[in-house]
Every structure is written in structure tokens, then in C-alpha cells.
Write a protein that binds this ligand. Sequence first.
Ligand SMILES: Cc1ncc(COP(=O)(O)O)c(C=O)c1O
Length: 380
Amino acid sequence: MIPYARHSVDNSDIDAVDDALRSDFLTTGPAVERFEAAVASFILSAKPPHAVAVSSGTAALHTAFAALHIGPGDEVVVPALTFVATANAVVFCGATPVFADIDEDTLLVDPASVEHVITSKTRAIASVDYAGQPCNYDALQAIAQRHGLPLVADACHALGAHWNARPVGTLANLTVFSFHPVKHATTGEGGMIVTSDSELATRMRRFRNHGIATDARERQRLGTFHYAMEELGYNYRISDFQCALGTSQLRKVPAWLARRRAIARRYDEAFAEPTEITPLLRNDLAEHAYHLYVVKFPNAKTRNHVYDELRTQGIGSNVHYLPVYLHPFYQKHFATRAGLCPRAERAYQQILSLPMFPGLSDDDITRIVAATKASSRSPG
Ligand SMILES: Cc1ncc(COP(=O)(O)O)c(C=O)c1O
């Protein structure tokens, strides 16, 4: 079976984790700081921003919104087409996600729709770099500035991407990454928030550690047992051995990104002829990180048939995503209904994510392309 996504772990990763497991620290220790510094310099080597490592991308989103003091009565604009975690993190804060529709060719949030749903209760705008393509940050930043709102970039798909020659991680007030195994680099589970704002970074370090200002290592260094919990926080810490894995993985990301881009070029060439298969549009100003390679079919019948056929032939594919507000939880608690974001709903009927991961071989790609083309021509 060719999965739609797969991690790559080699002996150097295993050795790095082995070393960490034999060290004095299992949870927060020096490997956490090393991983934070590695991610910061990966994003922007000249002027590293602050990077705060946490236990998952979801925890990172929650930590980001909490740092902005998002709370009950507040609204946050969230793209309709994203993983549930982007909106759920707003709900964790007691606030309401308000959904913006997408552009049908890129599936990225439509800046005009973002502006349209801003109200007097809006406290932040969340963007999602869907599939690894950065949003139009010039347009989003202009809207955010016009309304005096912070921008939170959910870049869980977009480590290593650039918009207009600027790296993802520097395009919003807070940028969130995930290190889940299907992402560009993994810590098993893990996440990171990157910001140039040192006050927000301090608040986030506290939030991930129960709202306590010092961690156990610092107290040991200072020779004190006293700690003060200054605000309500969570245990969102990530362990040292996970971060050792993350740092080891990060060294390979440039080569993996190059491979992802080469795979995308092969797919682009194979699907260049106008057929039933339409790849997503790439913006000229975007340097894409290709977490996913998504194609569109004319309708749900064809898409579902291709999904089934690929599965029969041992090829995994996936659908990213059902618009968040159509999940039963949102319909029940936020009274959201079909029709809210028609373009996201239409896209959901048509899209399929084909296999995309660095370990995919050229023969695999040939097989996937042939099976996708053949099954899209005979939709049952
Ligand atoms: C867009 C997006 N946001 C947030 C998350 C949550 O990340 P994690 O799985 O690390 O909690 C994911 C992960 O799948 C994602 O794709």
C-alpha cells in the first residue's frame, strides 16, 4: 500500500533519541531549547524569532490564541476549509470561530471574505497555509492592520514555504507549526509557535507550563523550591527526546522539501492537459512547501470513484477537509449550517489529496498518475 503521507526516520534520528533517553532529562531539558533555536534559525537565519515548543500543533494554536487573551464574547475569523484544530483552539478559549470562505482555485482563504465577516467582536484573524501554499499575506496583513487585529498563521502545512520571498514564520504576529508524523518533520506529536514579540513568547512559555513562570530546571539553578502560578495554564510541554528527534529531522528538511517540490512538478506535468483532473493553482509569489498535493475533479461522484479505485489498487488518498462548521459539534453549539461558505462546500465535493511524501519513488508516482487518470475517465 502506498500511503497518502508517511514520515521518514533514519538511524541518525534513532541515535539522537537514544542519546536523549540516556541523558538526565526526559521532559523539558536542553534538547527543547536546541529544537526551538533550530526551528527559529531554519525559518530566519539572520534574525531568529522566538520559538516556543509545545506538545502538538493543536496545543500551539491554543497557546497562540491564549497569548492574545482571546476569551468569551470574542470572535476569531477562521478559514472554513481547514483541520478542525484551527477552529477548536478558538473554542478552547471560550470564543467563537467565524468562518471565512476560500478561493476556489487555490483553496486558500479569500481576503475579501475575511474582511466581510469582521465585526466589532473580532479579536484576531487566523490564516491557514492550506496544503503548504502560503496565503496572500500582503492582503491579509493589510486587512489586519486596517482593523487593528493580530494575525495568527496556522502554518502546520507550510514549514519552509515563502510568500513574496519572505519565510512563513515571519508573516504574522504568531505562526504555528505541527510536527505530527505526516508533516515536514516530526517529533511524534509536537508543535511550535514562532513570533518576533518577546512579551507574547514569555506568556506562551508560561502557558505551556501550567501558567508557572519558572520551570523545574530554572528553580534548580536558582536554588529555590518556590514557584508562582500567575495565570491559568496547561501542561503543553514537549519532552526532550521528542525535541532531539525534531532537531535531527530538521537537518533533512531542505532535502525533503526539494523532493516534495520535485514530486509536485511530476504531478503538475502529468495533469497539465485539460482533463477531469485539475491541480490547484499556485500563486506566482508563493514558494510552496507541498505538505499535500491536492487535485480537483468535476464532482463528488468522480472524486469518490477515484478514491475507491486508488484504494483497490493499494494507493492511499485523502480528503482535506470537510468545512469545519459542517461538523456536528459546530452545528450543535454554534448553529452553523450548510450554505455558510459555498465555495468551501463545493471544494469539499471535488478534492482529493494524492500521495505526497519524500520517500515516494518515481515508480510510485508513475503508478499513482496512471491509476488516477484511468479511474477519473471511468467514474462508475
Ligand atoms: C491545518 C492544521 N492545523 C492544525 C493541526 C493540528 O496539529 P497537531 O496534529 O500537531 O495537533 C493540523 C494537523 O493535522 C493541521 O493540518
